[in-house]
Design a protein around this ligand. Structure first.
Ligand code: HEC
Ligand code: HEC
Ligand code: HEC
Ligand code: HEC
Ligand code: HEC
Ligand code: HEC
Ligand code: HEC
Ligand code: HEC
Length: 410
């Protein structure tokens, strides 16, 4: 009898423990893993509530380097000069955060960033100069003449609101001026709370904007030997390595960030993505940049961490040939168009006649794609998405021009 009672007691006890475990398992993990007192202190009380309100935010923050150096939520969220503060549960926080909040602690990165085309030129490419102050225009024009002092983009106006905001601006807002006087946002590449260099080194991060037929950088990278090796070997790489200590041991193949920004093996980390470039490849006809020599040397210094001089010289010579031959093809098409305008066979307005779209596609899609493909290892983009289309569109232009002339003489 006694034996039976003990057995029942043990059985009930065990069942209760199992039940308790099960119930506990059902509870959201945020309630199980209460933050340590130290973490709550470090996050300035905010995390106490936000673990219930927006647990994901606190979790993302806890993964960041900021959390490991004991930064506070309020360090970012407090209003800085020029920002409007709002009362929030006993704290004053900024109504919205911008690059100004990051600049307080990272002035060098900010200065490099605003000097690049990710700064004012990116926004001006859509809206023109109207949203910038005189000082901002002068500062940007010093590095990128004509890139900010220009009119609003015609195509965006034709497509109208909606398309302009959710399309053009959603990528070009990387350089949008903020009410507090700063320009742009840092979180497009780092995210708000993870503020991660690993994220910024992922090709998909740049590919949010650098993709599609007019700037197929992500697609080109994916096709390149670098992209293929990166995808296959990603798990073995240390994408979290500190930028100033990054070696080819951490990343044996480059991503977008490595070539355009990283401080690989003693090189300077740069947030000026213009620094390592030698041509204006996005232009219809690509000229050398005034900083051609410097840009090419800096990029080649990077290639030479992993390749030999002869192979890089060969690579650049071939890519430059693609720039030259593409320029010739675009100039030929442009001369055809100029003649049609001179003969009054076309109106002065852009994008109101079919042939203008064919010409635009010719340089804006296929010309650019051929040049980008040549410099980043995308053979298919140099050929089938590039030169083949350049040829086909040229023939189409010639036929359309002949038809316009024939129609005039009828
Ligand atoms: C007493 C609980 C509590 C505390 C403490 C608290 N928050 Fe909140 N917070 C909330 C709630 C609830 C929301 C959801 C929106 C609302 O009701 O205001 C919120 C919303 C927010 C938002 C979004 C505001 C918006 O307009 O979308 C931010 C940013 C924020 N909190 C940051 C902070 C920061 C930073 C701290 C610490 C300085 C903090 N919170 C402290 C409860 C709290
Ligand atoms: C590195 C700077 C930084 C730190 C540290 C930081 N935040 Fe934020 N947080 C941001 C930025 C940037 C935004 C976007 C704000 C905006 O668009 O105006 C944001 C947005 C938010 C939002 C709104 C999220 C949404 O999608 O609606 C909440 C809530 C928030 N933060 C809470 C916190 C809490 C809680 C902490 C601390 C655990 C914290 N933040 C730490 C930079 C930071
Ligand atoms: C209160 C000062 C402060 C603010 C505000 C701040 N940071 Fe930091 N940040 C730091 C410190 C300190 C480190 C660690 C530096 C180190 O260890 O060398 C850091 C590191 C970083 C790193 C490197 C992370 C890594 O994994 O190595 C990035 C990226 C970064 N911050 C981005 C941002 C962004 C983006 C913002 C604004 C949304 C911001 N920071 C706001 C102080 C700040
Ligand atoms: C998917 C993101 C994305 C969208 C949407 C987008 N762009 Fe861009 N745009 C870019 C990127 C990335 C570049 C840089 C290309 C390069 O340098 O090779 C660029 C380059 C440009 C340039 C050439 C650079 C310059 O400063 O003159 C202009 C002009 C431009 N975009 C205007 C627009 C307009 C207008 C729209 C909408 C009709 C638009 N873009 C939509 C991402 C985008
Ligand atoms: C939010 C969208 C966005 C993201 C994310 C983005 N870019 Fe850009 N990028 C742009 C736009 C828009 C331009 C074109 C600016 C202009 O010339 O008007 C541009 C231009 C560039 C240029 C050409 C600069 C020049 O002088 O012509 C390089 C190189 C570049 N980006 C590299 C990168 C790399 C590398 C990453 C990722 C680490 C990245 N971008 C992430 C939008 C973006
Ligand atoms: C175009 C994408 C992009 C943008 C926009 C961007 N970053 Fe970065 N950032 C990176 C990359 C990539 C790295 C890592 C570089 C490397 O691999 O060496 C980095 C590294 C950093 C670091 C660590 C630097 C070091 O030497 O340890 C800080 C701090 C930082 N960024 C802050 C910022 C701030 C502040 C802004 C806004 C003014 C910003 N970033 C905007 C891509 C970006
Ligand atoms: C192996 C190094 C390497 C990698 C990886 C790489 N690029 Fe490039 N990129 C280059 C070189 C070289 C050029 C041509 C530079 C010049 O003008 O001298 C270039 C040109 C560009 C341009 C053209 C700027 C213009 O003038 O129109 C953009 C934008 C760009 N890259 C973005 C990216 C993005 C986004 C990725 C990843 C999806 C990427 N790159 C991957 C080396 C690289
Ligand atoms: C971090 C190291 C690293 C950097 C930096 C780097 N590459 Fe590479 N690259 C590689 C690796 C690894 C391969 C694959 C080699 C193999 O097939 O084993 C490769 C392959 C190539 C290939 C195809 C194979 C070949 O040799 O024909 C070309 C072309 C190339 N890289 C050009 C460049 C150029 C140009 C730059 C600079 C803009 C550059 N790489 C920067 C690591 C790098």
């Amino acid at each position: 009898m006694l034996f039976r009672n003990v057995f029942i007691a043990i059985f009930i006890g065990a069942a209760l423990v199992v039940a308790a475990l099960l119930v506990n398992h059902q509870r959201p993990t945020i309630e199980v893993q209460q933050p340590s007192a130290e973490f709550v202190r470090a996050s300035g009380k905010c995390a106490e509530c936000h673990l219930r309100e927006t647990a994901a935010v606190v979790h993302q923050y806890s993964l960041s380097r900021h959390a490991s150096v004991n930064m506070n939520c309020i360090d970012c969220h407090r209003p800085v000069e020029g920002q409007q503060g709002i009362e929030h549960r006993g704290f004053t926080i900024a109504k919205s955060l911008t690059a100004a909040n990051c600049r307080q602690c990272h002035p060098t990165e900010y200065d490099q960033f605003v000097r690049s085309r990710h700064g004012a030129p990116a926004w001006a490419a859509v809206t023109g100069a109207e949203d910038f102050t005189e000082e901002q225009i002068a500062a940007a024009e010093k590095y990128h003449p004509g890139a900010v002092k220009r009119g609003a983009n015609q195509l965006a106006l034709l497509e109208g609101p909606g398309a302009r905001e959710k399309g053009c601006m959603a990528c070009h807002n990387i350089g949008k001026p903020n009410p507090d006087g700063t320009i742009g946002t840092c979180t497009q590449c780092h995210a708000r709370h993870q503020t991660s260099v690993a994220l910024a080194r992922s090709p998909q991060t740049c590919g949010q904007c650098h993709m599609g037929p007019d700037h197929s950088q992500l697609e080109i990278f994916n096709e390149s030997k670098h992209g293929v090796l990166f995808a296959a070997g990603r798990d073995q790489m240390n994408l979290h390595a500190r930028p100033k200590e990054l070696t080819t041991d951490d990343m044996s193949v480059p991503t977008c960030a490595t070539c355009h920004m990283s401080g690989l093996e003693g090189m300077n980390v740069t947030h000026d993505t213009t620094e390592r470039l030698s041509y204006w490849l996005f232009a219809a006809v690509s000229d050398k940049r005034p900083t051609y020599e410097q840009g090419r040397n800096k990029m080649q210094e990077l290639c030479l961490k992993c390749h030999t001089r002869p192979s890089i010289d060969r690579f650049y010579a071939e890519a430059e040939t693609v720039v030259e031959t593409t320029n010739q093809k675009v100039i030929k098409a442009k001369e055809l168009m100029d003649k049609l305008y001179a003969e009054n066979l076309l109106t002065k307005e852009s994008f109101d006649e079919p042939i203008e779209f064919v010409y635009f596609d010719l340089w804006h899609y296929y010309g650019r794609t051929a040049k980008h493909g040549a410099f980043m290892g995308g053979a298919d983009f140099v050929q089938w998405h590039g030169n083949y289309e350049l040829l086909a569109k040229q023939i189409e232009l010639e036929h359309m021009a002949a038809e316009l002339r024939a129609a005039k003489h009828e």
